[in-house]
Design a protein around this ligand. Structure first.
Ligand code: SF4
Ligand code: SF4
Ligand code: SF4
Length: 292
């Protein structure tokens, strides 16, 4: 089995007469964690396991072998494990708006994605989901999330369990007279703006809250409101694909996080292993809205 550089350096520090034994024990542990290459984390974990066995620290929990067995299918996919080999039963996609300096970007999606990730960790989502599922954990049991920096939704929040995209709503400011340059009309892809006799009308049904018209208006006649998010839940692909349902058409960051907690609660407290979309349909989206 291959060892990376930092793991090899740690092994070199072990007295030569027990190096062979240590090597075998670490490799067994790494293999059990589904690894092909031994890393520093495996060496540290093996050392801790050894110390626990010697009685100098907490005993090893009996749950570990059970977890290992439950995770055996997921071990075929590295994306369900962090760099230390620990399971992570959620995945958050973000669009590349910030990296590519996207002209449509409203808000850096990675900022919200980090907060969603932190909340999932604080709530111990992975551990609780492992405990909830009786048999093998399969890819469809894991939670898929996506955040996009604008309504173009490049990270596809519409087909995720929990999807979010940034929005920037606009309004007409009556104190700033329109000069009829028509830049807003040319910019709006939704054909949502009408300008006649210096009167600007925005069709709220057509508007997707991209905020672009406010950016191009030289007179300040169209202005942007505070940047917010749209939250949708229950999207899925597969045998019966479904687009996500609108949970919150407009929400601030705190409300998005609250919505995530409500969704996790539904997933974890339901005794069955039904797909999140099925749980939403059973409960009703309006009932979930009431919980926020
Ligand atoms: S979702 Fe919007 S901001 Fe993100 S990459 Fe796509 S167009 Fe750009
Ligand atoms: S915010 Fe976007 S979709 Fe809405 S009116 Fe302006 S340009 Fe059109
Ligand atoms: S961009 Fe502004 S000034 Fe130009 S037509 Fe639109 S609202 Fe009027």
């Amino acid at each position: 089995m291959e060892w990376d550089k930092s793991a090899s350096l740690l092994l070199e520090k072990v007295p030569p007469f027990i190096q062979k034994t240590v090597r075998e024990k670490v490799e067994t542990l790494a293999r059990n964690r589904g690894k092909d290459i031994v890393t520093e984390a495996d060496v540290v974990a093996a050392r801790e396991a050894f110390m626990n066995k010697s009685g100098s620290q907490q005993p090893i929990t009996k749950q570990q072998p059970k977890h290992n067995e439950k995770l055996s299918v997921l071990r075929k996919y590295s994306k369900y494990f962090d760099e230390n080999g620990n399971p992570v039963l959620y995945h958050i996609n973000t669009c590349r708006g910030t990296e590519v300096n996207c002209p449509f970007l409203i808000t850096d999606p990675k900022i919200l994605a980090d907060k969603l990730r932190k909340r999932l960790e604080e709530l111990n989502f992975t551990e609780k989901l492992i405990n909830k599922i009786e048999g093998h954990i399969l890819p469809h049991h894991t939670m898929k999330l996506a955040v996009s920096g604008c309504p173009n939704s490049c990270s596809m929040p519409q087909i995720k369990d929990f999807g979010v995209h940034a929005i920037e709503s606009v309004y007409v400011d009556p104190d700033c007279e329109c000069i009829e340059c028509m830049k807003c009309v040319e910019t709006c892809r939704e054909d949502a703006i009408t300008v006649k006799n210096r009167q600007v009308v925005i069709d709220k049904e057509k508007c997707v809250h991209c905020g672009l018209c406010a950016k191009v208006c030289p007179a300040g006649s169209i202005k942007a409101e505070e940047k917010k998010y749209r939250v949708m839940i229950g999207g899925k692909v597969g045998r019966h694909p479904r687009f996500a349902l609108d949970l919150l058409p407009t929400a601030d960051e705190a409300t998005v996080l609250k919505a995530l907690v409500a969704c996790i609660d539904i997933i974890l407290t339901n005794k069955t292993e039904r797909h999140f979309r099925t749980l939403i349909e059973q409960l009703g989206i309006e009932e979930i809205k009431k919980r926020l």
